[in-house]
Design a protein around this ligand. Structure first.
Ligand SMILES: [Zn+2]
Length: 143
């Protein structure tokens, strides 16, 4: 019980990709212990989910949520560049966002509106693939 709580408090469960992260990009997740925990990756000043938001707070939180997603997008682009990705990053993300397999993996319908969280998920995948490609290249696998 205490271990579970400590683990949740540690934030080790967080994933950069908001579509995979237990917080789903909202910044908060509810544990099996029924306790709320703030996500170290996606926190953006959204108040504790059980705290009622004041009028007008919504807009400010939305602005900060967008900033958070933009920061993650840029981080992923930088990581891809560092791994040697030299193509157009935005085009690569766009390609994924229209890829049936990508959408299917996240259970997103192909007519769904593209959200900032989806952009970040695509950016994370492009960066991850660039990293894997780089490793394969460096290892110079003969098979
Ligand atoms: Zn998260």
């Amino acid at each position: 019980m205490q271990n579970e709580f400590n683990y949740m408090q540690s934030g080790m469960w967080a994933e950069r990709n908001p579509l995979i992260c237990p917080c789903k990009g909202t910044g908060w997740t509810l544990s099996d212990l029924d306790t709320w925990h703030e996500c170290p990756v996606h926190k953006h000043g959204r108040p504790h989910p059980e705290v009622e938001m004041l009028e007008g707070d919504d807009d400010e939180v939305e602005v900060r949520r967008l900033e958070m997603y933009r920061r993650l997008y840029v981080d992923a682009r930088n990581a891809a560049r560092k791994a040697g990705f030299t193509y157009n990053f935005k085009d690569a993300c766009t390609g994924l966002l229209h890829d049936q397999e990508f959408l299917g993996r996240y259970g997103i319908g192909d007519d769904a509106e593209i959200t900032p969280a989806m952009w970040v998920a695509a950016a994370e995948e492009v960066a991850e693939n660039a990293h894997v490609d780089r490793q394969a290249e460096e290892a110079d696998y003969p098979f």
